[in-house]
Design a protein around this ligand. Structure first.
Ligand SMILES: [Zn+2]
Length: 274
């Protein structure tokens, strides 16, 4: 496997066109930092006596009916993200970014900010992020979450002051986290749909790490790389939707190892080319 990987990496490195190195990451990469996956059992939000599945809770429809509750959840997650630290996989990716510079692109489904905190900057956050807010009624501007609003414990209610800070200054509607919910579509402004597909098109190699491909943009990214002759490297602990997509294709490498171990190998290969 390592030999094959090394061969493909140096081929892409020496190409003049379609020679970008793209990394697509998901919740699996943050698991070692103690952040549960959104869909995993731990991701279920319990409020009072109500148990919610993410698919019903993580929707614009639910937010419109229960804005304070969704904000409490979002601020609870904010505290969890802030208390977590980037792990070795985030750090290995940042080291690879430094080796490849502008030929490196990181597309992440994670909203937890751990890639940036590890130092990465060439990032496309396709599911949005928890640091920004926008009007739930569609006023255009995307803003930072006001600094006065801190992360919360699971049973902490919003204060009057926080509620006021979370109202749109244009129309008075609730502001909402700038993340993609299950009943929403990808767009360029929030989700970088066109930018990420363009990167996929120009990538000679796409490393997929810690994501199963349960949403449609990540799958479209992998399909695009394949369509233009790039290779997919599926680094996950088990088979997933991407594996299904590439199993009969020629341009693929499947690695069933931890992300940290696989990234160490990739970094070593790239260091030896430089
Ligand atoms: Zn508004």
């Amino acid at each position: 496997m390592e030999e094959h990987l090394s061969e493909i990496i140096s081929q892409v490195y020496n190409k003049n066109k379609r020679n970008l190195f793209a990394f697509l990451t998901g919740a699996g990469i943050s698991a070692d930092s103690g952040i549960p996956t959104y869909r995993g059992v731990d991701g279920i939000w319990i409020k009072g006596t109500k148990f919610h599945k993410p698919e019903e809770f993580g929707t614009l429809k639910y937010f419109k009916e229960n804005p304070e509750e969704v904000w409490q959840y979002s601020l609870f997650r904010k505290k969890m993200f802030e208390n977590a630290n980037p792990n070795e996989s985030h750090q290995e990716i940042f080291t690879i970014e430094n080796l490849l510079k502008d030929r490196f692109h990181l597309i992440t489904q994670n909203i937890d900010n751990l890639h940036r905190r590890a130092g990465s900057s060439r990032i496309y956050e396709i599911h949005g992020n928890n640091r920004e807010i926008k009007c739930s009624n569609g006023c255009k501007e995307i803003m930072h979450l006001p600094v006065e609003i801190k992360g919360k414990n699971i049973d902490e209610e919003l204060t009057e002051k926080e509620i006021n800070l979370l109202k749109c200054s244009e129309c008075g509607s609730w502001m909402r986290p700038n993340i993609l919910w299950f009943d929403e579509r990808y767009d360029e402004k929030t989700n970088k749909i066109f930018s990420s597909l363009k990167i996929a098109k120009n990538s000679g190699i796409l490393f997929i790490i810690g994501t199963s491909g349960a949403t449609n943009l990540p799958i479209a990214i992998a399909e695009t790389t394949l369509k233009y002759g790039g290779t997919i490297v599926d680094i996950n602990t088990e088979d997933n939707h991407f594996t299904e997509l590439i199993k009969n294709k020629k341009n693929k490498i499947i690695i069933r190892d931890t992300s940290t171990q696989a990234l160490r190998t990739i970094k070593k290969i790239i260091e030896n080319i430089n």
